[in-house]
Design a protein around this ligand. Structure first.
Ligand code: PEP
Length: 250
């Protein structure tokens, strides 16, 4: 068993242009000047993967896709394969983000298929789970998360090819976060699920918290038991903000 090295991942969603290279250059500079005790990942839109790959080489910064198809290739207009992401210098891919689950109707089964395809192509899959506000209010959170984990994680998941991200849907982009106790409770349940299903290796999976992580709350959130890093949306777009979150690991 190894203690997981934390991961701070930025999900740019449908934001960013070629001119955003400036932000990546600034981030690289900040990491060079003050290296962090964590892995750092950015997941920009597909169009920016190749250009960004030239900027980050050798600086401990990784690239990831925001989604991939569950098949290796074929007639799937507008989709991207895990192999294509690999070809564009990615080492990670986010699967099952709540926005994909909602707007693209992705089921747990489909998320699991995508993660399995990512594994096959040698990518680390960041599998997202999280309850809605309604589910939290009606006390269903732990059951919802347990069900999503069971069905969204393929059996070939191991600590080095899979990261779990707990992202309460009601906390994404809202400025609201669960309490420290609530996050600790869910992350504890996720760890229990991982060790129950994958044995000792379950201790080594990274479990990220995501949902309104900002420089101001990062240190507190990252110090919670079984929180091994963050998945960051809005605050990952500006190098200074993202670096302020990474600061939790310096
Ligand atoms: C996200 O969408 O993955 C996310 C965590 O967004 P934000 O940080 O903006 O809440």
């Amino acid at each position: 068993m190894t203690t997981p090295r934390p991961l701070v991942a930025g999900n740019w969603k449908m934001h960013g242009r070629y001119s955003s290279s400036e932000e990546v250059n600034a981030l690289v500079q900040m990491l060079r000047e003050r290296p962090a005790q964590c892995d750092v990942l950015i997941c920009p839109p597909f169009t920016l993967l190749m250009p960004f790959s030239n900027l980050i080489e050798g600086y401990g910064l990784s690239l990831g896709g925001q989604d991939c198809h569950h098949q290796s290739e074929g007639a799937h207009t507008g989709d991207i394969s895990a192999d294509m992401l690999k070809d564009a210098a990615c080492s990670y891919v986010i699967v099952g983000h709540s926005e994909r689950r909602k707007w693209h109707r992705e089921s747990d089964k489909r998320v699991s298929e995508k993660a399995a395809m990512a594994h096959k192509e040698g990518l680390c899959a960041i599998i997202c789970v999280g309850e809605s506000g309604k589910q939290r209010d009606s006390g269903e959170t732990l059951d919802v998360i347990a069900g999503q984990l069971k069905k969204s994680m393929p059996d070939d998941s191991v600590a080095h090819n899979t990261v779990v991200a707990y992202e309460p849907i009601w906390a994404i982009g809202t400025g609201r976060t669960p309490s420290v106790e609530e996050i600790g409770e869910v992350h504890g349940l996720i760890r229990k699920h991982l060790t129950g299903r994958f044995g000792l290796d379950g201790q080594s999976f990274r479990i990220l918290y995501g949902g309104s992580v900002k420089p101001e709350n990062a240190a507190e959130l990252m110090s919670i038991n079984n929180v091994d890093g963050a998945l960051v949306g809005g605050a990952s777009l500006k190098a200074a903000d993202f670096n302020g979150i990474i600061e939790a690991y310096r």
